[in-house]
Design a protein around this ligand. Structure first.
Ligand SMILES: Cc1cc2nc3c(=O)[nH]c(=O)nc-3n(C[C@H](O)[C@H](O)[C@H](O)COP(=O)(O)OP(=O)(O)OC[C@H]3O[C@@H](n4cnc5c(N)ncnc54)[C@H](O)[C@@H]3O)c2cc1C
Length: 416
């Protein structure tokens, strides 16, 4: 009989690891606290599941924010190309969209879940649903079992290997409530403080709420610490009732999340990044001289979306009823300043219920990068989001789950 292995967590990482290790000969029990497998996987990519990014391993590592070097061997061993090949060999039809994002051809994340469930069945993985792991048991530096709870019934599943694939702390309604961090700590591991990442940002300004629902394409968002640039990105963002969100805001949260709320961090939005301040001023001069008798408020529509029409005069200190012929060079400069540097003050990250991933987790210093095995306890493994690794959006976070799962399965198979 193969190595008795308990995999804790039937999410992306746990399911793939279970299927691969069982098909390689391990005797695998997959323990999932929910009534079904892959609850988070179902909601990924807005229900379409952007399951990887078809880039090279080195481009993949460029998109990992925390501890990319740790993932070098895992992604070299099981790359995005390998994921595509494996999933297609398991019957999933795939497609690649803008930015090399890979999806199931059906646009249904359920197809990825079904494919994994079918792989588990074929590999004869024992799946225990509605079963929550409560403790990993270890003796003499090696794993001896996993204690689980199903309803009121507590039992120990004896095993020689345990894989912690419990995910992070975000979207806890999908089952990821941070249990894996406790198992890690109880086994002597260091856990870097988990915080939400790829998450909207709360801002102080009242005028942001006036613009809620407004989505801006092609703007530049820059974060500064004491006037020094610490993050800048170009793309799409949105104003909400609490602050800002959208792709470039989520990326900012991943890069500087832990510092958000520090009093010396400020942000600026350049609403016209294609124009220099001088070019924008020329545009104003032309517009104002062509319409000398119109009011400022009546030409705002030519420069800004409707939801900004109250905010721009307010912030540039200009009476919206001012005739364009009367607007001075200084006043034009104030309009340009607001347009090129709309100020926003980030005060906090939104909570874990809205975050796509967790930053922080089991310290990678105590985990072997080639196999995901603990350096402290033999045959204890950590895979997926429970590790202190996180990446930008675009399929990279699921690739982390697949690559770490495959590395672990490879080791379990090699040690049969
Ligand atoms: C809304 C949303 C959209 C996303 N979209 C994408 C996307 O399109 N592309 C992308 O790359 N990434 C995306 N992500 C991120 C991606 O889903 C995660 O990084 C990935 O699911 C992590 O996989 P995992 O297996 O490590 O953890 P999870 O998928 O969270 O799985 C962990 C599993 O462990 C189970 N569990 C936890 N504790 C226990 C316990 N004590 N006993 C038994 N079971 C337990 C949980 O119930 C859960 O099923 C998205 C995330 C969210 C929230």
């Amino acid at each position: 009989m193969g190595v008795r292995t308990v995999i804790i967590g039937g999410g992306a990482a746990g399911m793939l690891c279970a299927a691969l290790s069982a098909s390689g000969g391990a005797d695998v029990t997959l323990v999932e606290r929910n009534e079904k497998l892959g609850k988070k996987l179902y909601i990924t990519g807005k229900g379409r599941c952007n399951f990887t990014n078809c880039c090279s391993p080195s481009e993949f590592l460029n998109n990992v924010v925390t501890n990319p070097r740790f993932l070098y061997s895992a992604v070299s061993r099981f790359s995005p190309d390998d994921v595509m090949e494996l999933f297609e060999s398991w019957g999933l039809r795939t497609k690649v969209e803008r930015g090399r994002r890979a999806f199931p051809a059906s646009d249904r994340s359920a197809d990825v879940c079904d494919m994994l469930r079918s792989a588990l069945r074929k590999a004869h993985v024992r799946v225990l649903l509605n079963t929550r792991a409560v403790r990993v048991l270890a003796e003499d530096g090696g794993v001896t079992g996993v204690e689980v709870l199903s309803g009121d019934e507590r039992q120990v599943i004896p095993c020689e290997a345990a894989v912690v694939a419990t995910g992070g702390i975000t979207y806890p309604s999908t089952g990821s409530t941070g249990d894996g961090y406790r198992f890690a700590k109880e086994c002597g591991h260091t856990v870097e403080e988990p915080v939400p990442s790829l998450v909207p940002i709360v801002c102080r300004e009242e005028y942001i709420r006036e613009m809620q629902g407004l989505s801006l394409k092609n703007v530049r968002l820059t974060f500064l610490r004491k006037d020094r640039e610490i993050f800048s990105d170009f793309g799409e963002m949105m104003f909400t009732h609490f602050g800002i969100t959208g792709p470039i805001v989520l990326s900012a949260s991943a890069m500087i999340g832990r510092s958000i709320g520090d009093h010396d961090i400020k942000a600026r939005i350049d609403l016209k990044p294609a124009l220099t301040e001088e070019e924008f001023d020329h545009r104003l001069v032309r517009l104002f001289s062509e319409n000398p008798n119109r009011d400022f408020k009546n030409v705002l529509g030519e420069l800004y979306p409707a939801k900004m029409h109250a905010v721009i005069p307010e912030l540039s200190g200009l009476d919206p009823s001012r005739k364009l012929r009367d607007i001075t060079r200084e006043e034009r400069r104030a309009i340009a300043e607001v347009t090129k540097n709309l100020p926003v003050t980030p005060t906090a990250l939104r909570g874990r219920n809205e975050a796509v991933v967790t930053k922080g987790g089991v310290s990678v210093k105590e985990v072997r990068p080639g196999t995901m095995e603990s350096k402290l306890v033999n045959r204890l493994y950590f895979i997926g989001e429970v590790l202190d690794v996180d990446a930008f959006t675009g399929g990279y976070n699921l690739q982390i789950a697949w690559s770490t799962a495959a590395s672990c399965a490879g080791d379990l198979n090699a040690r049969q």
